[in-house]
Design a protein around this ligand. Structure first.
Ligand code: ADP
Ligand code: TRP
Length: 320
């Protein structure tokens, strides 16, 4: 059973990303065959600044390794280090109906945002299909926003297999029913587009400022409070054991606990989890050659699989 997913290098990760998508995957990396890559070809559809793309790609590599991605268990690579996906994308594009791509929500959303409708933006799901099919993936964990791209991937694989003979495994999506939605400091969904994030690797001072700024209601300190409607408690619960969460909930309900105190306890939990990871990240950043070796080794392992699939696809269409 092979699990594969890609992440676009698009800025600093926050605790919504961590609890919603990273941690569930990291917890599964011991279960089987896992491929995880940094989708820098995809990022090029929106990032047109070489230094920025380079920096963001590197940041994601450090973030994931610091958070526990184990390169001995997980094949971790930069998409652009496996150029076979580009050739496969071409072979897939010839069986991809244009209408299928024009109907994709993410394409339409980007057009609505005023992003230039380049060929790359339209062809984005074909490249994604190549990422997935080239590794003969069984399971692809993605957020809800990517579900349609997986349907496109399956459609493309079926068309290719029908036309040229069985070549690709049909992948199944694993849509994370996000560990509920992690709220941001303003109570909306935490998202970098809303400016309400608590970043994983911000400086301790900045984290403290963010946590102390979480919006709460104006119940007076001595009154009982409802933990189930409070943002501080919602975040605390993510870090705490069930017993610790039950204990804080009881203190909310009893009254006499101020939101300031709850925020300090949340900060302590955050630091207990992320202070060691911050150190690990700094240690990795101090040895860029080691990180580069990990990515190159991942790409070498990924290319063994990629070459095999590409060869089969070339043979199927008559390019061998
Ligand atoms: P953002 O909204 O900050 O741009 P992304 O869309 O890049 O975040 O999300 C990357 C991954 O993190 C997705 O799989 C998504 O489901 C998960 N994720 C992002 N924000 C949250 C959140 N607030 N709660 C739970 N999961 C989240
Ligand atoms: N499009 C995905 C996203 O923005 C990233 C991605 C690229 C991906 N290729 C993939 C995810 C293949 C899963 C499988 O989140």
């Amino acid at each position: 059973m092979r699990t594969l997913t890609g992440i676009q290098p698009s800025g600093h990760l926050h605790i919504g990303n961590y609890f919603g998508s990273m941690k569930p995957m990291l917890d599964r990396q011991h279960d089987g065959d896992m491929f995880w890559f940094i989708a820098n070809y995809h990022a090029l559809t929106t990032v047109h600044d070489a230094a920025l793309l380079r920096a963001q790609t590197w940041d994601v590599a450090l973030d994931f390794l610091a958070c526990g991605l184990d390169p001995a268990k997980t094949v971790f690579y930069r998409q652009s280090d496996v150029p076979e996906v580009q050739e496969l994308a071409w072979l897939l594009s010839i069986v991809t109906p244009l209408g299928l791509l024009e109907r994709c929500h993410s394409y339409k959303d980007k057009l609505a945002k005023g992003i230039m409708p380049s060929h790359g933006l339209l062809a984005y799901p074909v490249l994604m299909a190549a990422d997935i099919l080239i590794m003969q993936s069984d399971l692809v964990p993605v957020g809800k926003d990517q579900k349609q791209h997986l349907e496109v991937t399956r459609d493309i694989a079926i068309k290719f297999n029908n036309l040229f003979g069985e070549t690709f495994k049909l992948p199944e999506p694993a849509i994370a029913e996000a560990v509920a939605v992690v709220p941001g400091t303003d109570g909306q969904k935490m998202s970098k587009s809303y400016g309400n994030t608590i970043e994983l690797f911000a400086e301790p001072k900045a984290v403290k400022k963010k946590i102390m700024s979480i919006v709460t209601d104006s119940t007076p300190l001595e009154d009982p409070k409802n933990p189930d409607t409070d943002n501080v408690y919602a975040l605390y619960k993510l870090f705490a054991t069930p017993d610790e969460a039950a204990d804080l909930a009881a203190r909310y309900r009893a009254g006499g606990l101020g939101y300031g105190t709850a925020k300090k306890e949340l900060l302590a939990k955050f630091e207990a989890v992320f202070a060691p990871l911050r150190e690990k990240r700094a240690a990795l950043a101090a040895h860029p050659d080691d990180v580069e070796d990990i990515l190159r080794d991942g790409a070498a392992r990924a290319r063994v699989v990629a070459r095999q699939t590409l060869q089969a696809a070339r043979r199927a269409v008559g390019l061998d």
